[in-house]
Design a protein around this ligand. Sequence first.
Ligand SMILES: NC(=O)c1ccc[n+]([C@@H]2O[C@H](COP(=O)([O-])OP(=O)(O)OC[C@H]3O[C@@H](n4cnc5c(N)ncnc54)[C@H](O)[C@@H]3O)[C@@H](O)[C@H]2O)c1
Length: 254
Amino acid sequence: MKKILITGSSGLIGKLIYNNLKSKYSFIGLDKYDTSENNGLKTHLIKSNQIECFSKSLKGIDTVIHLAASISTSSEWNEVLYNNIELTKNIYEASRLNKVSRIIFASSNHAVGNFEIDEPYRSIVKGKYEGIDPKKIKKINHNVSIRPDSYYGISKAFGESTARYYYEHHNIESVCLRIGTVNKENSPLSDIRYFATLLYHEDLIQLIEKSISQENIGFKIFYGVSNNKWNFWDISYSEKILGYKPKRNTENER
Ligand SMILES: NC(=O)c1ccc[n+]([C@@H]2O[C@H](COP(=O)([O-])OP(=O)(O)OC[C@H]3O[C@@H](n4cnc5c(N)ncnc54)[C@H](O)[C@@H]3O)[C@@H](O)[C@H]2O)c1
């Protein structure tokens, strides 16, 4: 059984991964705080973002799912610097020291979020669909230049660069998932933008599982979004490389 460390394991996505995949993998958690909702997950609590605080947790680990971060686009620079930038670099460095072979990095659509100031994305996220044919939307793919929309977006672009560096210099494989929206309700109804951006829990779990199990992945960036009518991120690359087949479409909730 593969041994997997989940950083940020007490958060929304960490709990979803653990609770859905605990029969298939041997998980250990790492977070600032523990939660009773992670029934049975052994969680290492860390007080600082420094390597010596968590290096031991990485012993014997095959894969790290790195989720720990400040997650708001309005996060202040100091918070992002500490929780996202320094922590991510230190997780990669500790992984190198402990010979971890793969990291799944929770990147974000916000690394390219400023595309949403351009048409047709600008109208789509506002739910103004008039005159737009959803089948003809020019999809944003993994090769576009980064266009962060916030300090948070900058930190995710930094994480992707770090992932590439550690692959090309130290041979640690990375799957960077530019996740759309994952919410507790598992529904787009609270924000019109989510009709385009939602990644349903079922599709998230599929994407994570395929990112763990696909052999010889190297360094890759994929978008994490469901099969939504108004999706504007290109998932053909993850369909081709991972065999990702999102099952759900927000349109069915209108
Ligand atoms: N939920 C989404 O819609 C979404 C979209 C795109 C990307 N992501 C990314 O996915 C990851 C998980 O998101 P989530 O929705 O589960 O967020 P969350 O806030 O529910 O969980 C994040 C967890 O990280 C932990 N954490 C933060 N800083 C830490 C530190 N310095 N040391 C240890 N633990 C720390 C928090 O305690 C929390 O448990 C994040 O990296 C986020 O940026 C999420």
